[in-house]
Ligand binder design. Sequence first.
Ligand SMILES: Cc1cc2nc3c(=O)[nH]c(=O)nc-3n(C[C@H](O)[C@H](O)[C@H](O)COP(=O)(O)OP(=O)(O)OC[C@H]3O[C@@H](n4cnc5c(N)ncnc54)[C@H](O)[C@@H]3O)c2cc1C
Length: 507
Amino acid sequence: MKVVVIGSGLAGLTAAAYMCREGHDVTIYEQYSEIGGVTTTIHKDGYSWDIGPLLLEGLAPHEKLGKILAELGISDKISAIQEDRGQVLPDFAIWRPKEYKGKYWRREYFKELFPSESEGLDRYYRYYDQVMTLMAISNRLEWVKGLEAIWLKLKIFPKFLRVKKFMDKSAADIMDSFFNEPKLKAVFMGILADFVVKPSEFPGLGVPVSNVETAFDKRIPLDIKGGKLPVYHYIKNGCEQLVNAFASYIKENGGKILTDSLVEKILIENNRAVGIKIKNGEELQADVVIASGGAHKTFFSLVGKENLPSEFITNVQNLVHMESVLMVHLGIDFDPTPHQRAALCYYYGTYDIEGAVNRCRSGDFHEGKQGFLIYVPSKHSPEMAPSGHHAVTVYTIAPYKLIKGDWNSRREELADKLLIEAEKIIPGLREHSTTEVIMTPLDFKSRIFVERHSFGGLAPIMNQQSPSHHTPIEGLWYIGAQSESGGGVAGVVAGTRSGILKLLKEI
Ligand SMILES: Cc1cc2nc3c(=O)[nH]c(=O)nc-3n(C[C@H](O)[C@H](O)[C@H](O)COP(=O)(O)OP(=O)(O)OC[C@H]3O[C@@H](n4cnc5c(N)ncnc54)[C@H](O)[C@@H]3O)c2cc1C
C-alpha cells in the first residue's frame, strides 16, 4: 500500500516504522526543516538543549517504550540514563536523602513536616501501592495473549474492585479524602500545574500515577506485587537520539522522510481519504493517510468540516487544550551543581494549583513567580556543552495568549523576568550566559504547525473524549498527542503502535 504519514514527531515516526515493517511504501511529510516535532534537540555555539521532554517514563525494558524499541530492534541506538529529580515548594524541599532510607522515605519525611497528617499519609500510600499494582498488571496485559492474558485478567479484577470507588473522583476529591493541609496536597498536585489541568478536573486515579516514587529516588526497588514500577530516564545527548533511531529504522526499511513539506489538504472522495495536497500544489495519491498534529488543524483545515459528521465537529471544537510554555535555553560558563544538586528540579512558588491553572488559562502570565523548572542536561551528558560549561534550560507553563501585550513584543522582557526568578536558585545565570535561545508559544506554534500551541496536547481532564485513531473518514487515521493516545512520549509511541496494529488488521 502507498502510505502517507503527516508529521515526523514521535507519533508519525512510530506509525511509519510499523508500516515500513510490514513492507508498505511509506512517506512522511514534515512541514518543518527538521524532523522530530517537539522531541528535538537544538544546537547553538557548542551547546545542545531539548525543547520538549526531559525525564522520560517508559524507557526501561519492562515498560512500553522500552518494549517497542526492542520489538523494532533499535534499543541499542540510544543510551538511557536512569535518574530522579528534586521538588521544591515555598517552605520545604524534597530531595532524595544521601543514604537510601527505603521506598517510603517520602511518607516518613512528610510525617515529620506534617505530624497531624500521619494517618492520612499511611492511607494515601496504601492507595498508591494499590494503584501501582493495578498499573503494573495492566501494563503487562498489553503485551501478553492467551492463557497468560486470562490469568492476568483474573488477577487484576479484585485489585480493580479495591480502587473502583475512586474512579469518578477528581484529584482534588482524592487529596481532600486523605489530607487537610493544603501544603501537603500541593506536593502531590503540583505536577498538575505542569499539565495545566485543574485538580478538580484531573482523575483521582492519576494522582499516584503522576507521582511515582521512583521519580524522586531512583534507588527504590522496582519489583512490586503484580510486576514492576515505572522508571525515569534521560536520553544521553538529548531526545534527538530517539528520533534518529526511529528515522534510521524507517529509511533502512525503505521509507522516505521529506522535510519542508507542508500538507495543506487531505484529499477526500466519497468519504474516503485518497491522498494529500502539499504546499507546492502537488497532489499525491495514497491508500492510507495517517495524520498527526493538532486536532483543529487536521480536521478543520486539512480535512474540512464539510467532510465530517456534526457530532464529531462539536467534540473537536469543545476539546480542552493545555496551555503553552515559555522556555529559555542558556549556555553558562560555570557549574551550577552547588545550587541544584540534580540535573532537574521543579520549583513551585504557590500551593494554590487550582488558582494558578485558572489564571494561566485566562491569559494571566505569572512571569515565573508561581513556578518553573531548571534542567541542566550537560550534567548527565557532558557533550551537550563545551568543556567546563553547562547547558541550562529554564521553563514554565505560560498562556498561549497573553491578556497584556503579545509574545512577540514581550519576548525578551518575559524571558528576562523568568531568569530573574531562576537566579534566586542559581545566581549569576544571566551574567554568565554565553549564549541564549528563547522559545515562546509562538515559536512552538510554528515549529509544529498547530492553530494554538498547547505543550502536551489535550488537557488530561475527566470525561474529555480525544479523537480516536479511527476517524469518520475511511482510510484516514489520526495519531499523536491530541488523539486517543494522549500526550507524553511513551503514551504517543505506544498509542500509535496499537492504532497501527488495528489499522493493519482492518485492511
Ligand atoms: C516543553 C515540553 C515538555 C514535555 N515534557 C514531556 C515529558 O517530560 N515527558 C513526556 O513523556 N512528554 C513530554 N512532553 C510531551 C511529548 O513530547 C509529546 O506529547 C509528544 O512528543 C508528541 O508527539 P507527536 O508526534 O504527537 O507531536 P509533535 O512532536 O508535535 O509532532 C507533530 C509533527 O507533525 C508536523 N506537522 C503537523 N502538521 C503538519 C502538516 N500539516 N504537514 C506536515 N507536517 C505537519 C509538525 O511539524 C511536527 O513535527 C513535552 C512536550 C513539550 C512541548
